[in-house]
Design a protein around this ligand. Structure first.
Ligand code: AMP
Ligand code: MG
Length: 434
């Protein structure tokens, strides 16, 4: 594994100084996303992995094709290879079968006018042939002759061309690609057994709050079980991060400072939940502020208004910090819309934007312009065959059930007002969201 030092990033202050109307207390979602994007520098740490191990990793260098795939023209069908110029124009023509071509076992002989070769899918095309007539279109086949009909196919049909999948010397996969099953197959088709990928991100996380209890502990009066560490565990694992679960940290300055320092010294990014709003016992913000370059935002969104973002330092190490709100739904929404992209960016991944789908809302959804809302929805096909979406009941930011019942998020954009019944809304599907 090799680590190289990334270029020095700009400070958050330098970035926000370039924004004319930056207001940390009323920051639109898109602004916050842009600031985060500018502040993050990708990690440059590469390791060489066996192909199977590279699933879900980010490609660290372009892959050029060292061969043509397929390496030869070959047949796309089971049938008979012949010369396209021999195809009959008006009536059935009888061809002499002069040999067989199997996948992996070519026909080496010549094929003359009025002759053909019985050929299997994937078999190399005989040198003289450019066309394959599928078996099911032929008739009266014997070991030596077959009838080929007129007007069913054109010269060149059913032939796969050399290099039509991948061409020698061309880029087959670009650096930054998050490797999925198809990519593993494609790399295998090039004969590549090992690939250079970015190392996994290490992400430390903990929950803050005196009222939180971990699983296995008794639930004292006024307390709740810590659920955020489990949603974070799930989301980070899906993203392919190495995780460091640091448990629940009490609202106490010295415990918090120790936790932040430990996290910072051992991880590339630190994610906390809770303690970033205006509550009295929230020392979290104070400690974050003393440890680095951290902005505290009130974002124009619902759920998930308060959030801290920046970079903290401890004993010569540094880590990006995401101080997410405490409410369970807010944690997930801020993770998906801010931390997810940032972490992918840190991994050096090329991140395609998540596609939004349009669906009809049969009900009115109240909304005021000036903030982005992420309502939890259930997308289905209506009686008229069109996609429609309904919200999952109460949308409070503490109601995690609204997330488990949902299969999508309804995105109500910053400037959007109340959605009238029957209007279309943008929907982000959960499937595919890492
Ligand atoms: P805070 O931002 O710390 O004021 O937390 C806001 C709300 O989220 C409070 O009701 C907390 O009890 C709740 N909360 C904070 N952290 C967690 C957690 N890890 N699991 C479940 N609920 C939490
Ligand atoms: Mg709290």
């Amino acid at each position: 594994m090799t680590d190289t030092t990334p270029p020095a990033p700009r400070t958050l202050q330098e970035i926000v100084d370039c924004l004319p109307d930056y207001d940390p207390d009323a920051l639109p979602v898109a602004r916050a996303q842009a600031i985060i994007e500018q502040f993050i520098t990708p990690l440059h740490a590469v390791e060489q992995l066996a192909l199977r191990q590279s699933l879900g990793r980010v490609l660290a260098a372009d892959i050029r094709s060292g061969i043509d795939v397929p390496a030869h023209d070959n047949s796309a069908m089971d049938g008979y290879a012949l010369r396209g110029s021999d195809l009959p124009a008006e009536q059935m023509r009888s061809f002499a079968i002069v040999g067989n071509a199997y996948a992996g076992r070519a026909y080496e002989g010549q094929v003359g006018a009025g002759e053909c070769v019985r050929i299997m899918t994937g078999a190399m095309m005989p040198a003289d042939c450019d066309t394959v007539i599928p078996q099911e279109l032929t008739s009266n086949a014997s070991a030596t002759r077959v009838d080929v009909p007129a007007g069913k196919i054109n010269p060149g049909d059913n032939r796969r061309l050399k290099g039509e999948d991948l061409t020698l010397g061309k880029i087959a996969l670009s650096r930054g690609k998050l490797l999925r099953p198809a990519d593993l197959g494609l790399l295998a088709s090039l004969g590549i057994a090992e690939v250079a990928v970015q190392r996994r991100l290490r992400v430390a996380f903990f929950s803050t709050g005196d009222e939180l209890r971990s699983l296995g502990e008794a639930l004292d009066q006024g307390c709740v079980y810590d659920s955020n560490r489990y949603t974070l565990y799930g989301m980070l694992t899906r993203l392919g991060c190495d995780i460091i679960d640091m448990g629940v940290i009490k609202d106490d300055p010295s415990s918090l400072e120790t936790a932040f320092r430990t996290a910072c010294e051992n991880a590339d990014a630190v994610i906390t939940s809770g303690g970033v709003s205006v509550g009295a016992a929230d020392y979290t913000k104070q400690i974050m502020a003393t440890l680095g370059d951290v902005a505290f935002w009130s974002i124009g969104m619902r759920p998930g208004r308060p959030m801290a973002f920046g970079k903290i330092h401890s004993n010569g190490k540094s880590a990006y910090l995401f101080g997410l709100p405490g409410n369970p739904v807010a944690v997930m929404v801020t993770f998906y819309f801010f931390a997810r992209n940032a972490l992918l960016h840190m991994m050096g991944a090329t991140v395609p934007s998540l596609p939004l789908v349009k669906a009809v809302s049969p009900a009115t959804i109240r909304k005021r312009p000036g903030r982005t809302e992420y309502q939890r929805g259930i997308l289905s096909y209506g009686a008229d065959g069109r996609l429609e979406v309904a919200i999952t009941g109460a949308q409070g930011s503490g109601i995690l059930r609204s997330m488990t019942e949902a299969n999508c998020m309804i995105v109500l954009h910053h400037d959007q007002a109340t959605v009238q019944a029957g209007e279309q809304v943008d929907v982000l599907l959960f499937e595919g969201l890492l």
